[in-house]
Design a binder for this molecule. Structure first.
Ligand code: AMP
Ligand code: ZN
Ligand code: FE
Ligand code: FE
Length: 285
């Protein structure tokens, strides 16, 4: 039975609560999920309780954006406990970095003639970690863009007029902190890192030397051949081929929990493979 190890909730930039995300997973017949909100573990307790009631497996996760000049490198970190730890202790700082960045984006948009306020953005976020999709949603409402993705294309994406970066961990910092926390670092959606397909193997090997444990091969946006190709490279390097939909509710229209655009199927063996790499709390340094 399939699983989905890349899901966002209202605790970051998804539009469904953790409980609703679990209910959608259960309705799809998934046997396990991971909640992977950006920079926060706030949804983990509610999602774990809901998953337990629904009788499906649950992995606590988080997604981090890393400092990487060639493109967007995101890291999924699985089995990250909520107790203080080397990586857990950095999450609050990453959230603070977002607040300053978001304020600067708002100021740029005002200067560009779109009278958006931080209060509106925070209200759109519903109180969780605020991300650019929330700003995008406000821009759509005020007529500055036709859709969330149009708001990124016009204003918010890297290189566009209201883009502002934020403090991020480097790949080495994040991977090492994740491992020291007993957790399992996996490279998310590798197409965004900005290397050509024939450089994937080298890029993954360099990250594996830092302690990377897996590659997100089974991703919604990929044709089946690319999923299998990435899985093949991953296993050839001794890495786990993981996968997930990157479901965000209405902020990423057209995606469903479990099935992505309809053709995604993440094999459940991945769950045990990830679990075998996680180190229980008592064994951590
Ligand atoms: P942030 O972490 O606040 O910088 O926002 C990053 C999030 O914005 C990503 O995780 C995606 O959910 C979303 N995102 C990034 N680029 C785009 C895009 N071009 N279209 C739609 N959503 C995007
Ligand atoms: Zn997101
Ligand atoms: Fe991502
Ligand atoms: Fe994501």
């Amino acid at each position: 039975m399939p699983v989905d190890l890349h899901l966002h909730s209202t605790c970051s930039d998804g539009t469904d609560s953790p409980e609703t995300v679990v209910a959608l997973a259960a309705a799809q017949g998934l046997t396990a999920i991971a909640l992977t909100d950006h920079d926060t573990l706030a949804g983990i307790d509610d999602a774990a309780a809901a998953a337990s009631s629904a009788g499906i497996g649950f992995i606590a996760g988080v997604e981090l954006s890393l400092q990487w000049d060639l493109g967007g490198m995101h890291l999924l970190v699985y089995h990250l406990g909520q107790a203080p730890g080397p990586l857990q202790d950095r999450l609050a700082g990453l959230q603070d970095g977002r607040s300053g960045r978001n304020q600067l984006i708002v100021e740029r948009l005002v200067a560009l003639g779109w009278p958006i306020t931080s209060d509106e953005v925070v209200e759109e976020s519903g109180g969780g970690v605020v991300g650019r999709p929330h700003i995008a949603a406000v821009l759509v409402r005020m007529g500055a863009a036709d859709s969330i993705s149009d708001a990124f294309d016009r204003w918010l994406a890297q290189g566009r007029p209201a883009y502002v970066s934020r403090p991020r961990l480097t790949p080495a910092e994040a991977i090492i902190l994740a491992r020291r926390s007993g957790a399992v670092p996996v490279l998310a959606h590798p197409h965004t890192i900005g290397v050509s397909a024939d450089e994937y193997r080298t890029a993954f090997r360099n990250l594996a030397e830092l302690g990377l444990a897996g590659i997100e091969a089974y991703y919604s946006e990929y044709p089946e051949e690319l999923r299998l190709h990435l899985a093949d490279i991953a296993t050839g390097l001794g890495l786990i081929a993981t996968g997930g939909s990157d479901y965000h509710g209405t902020y990423k229209p057209g995606l469903s929990v479990g099935t992505g655009h309809g053709d995604l199927r993440v094999p459940d063996e991945v769950v045990d493979a990830i679990g075998a790499v996680a180190r229980p709390e008592e064994l951590r340094q």
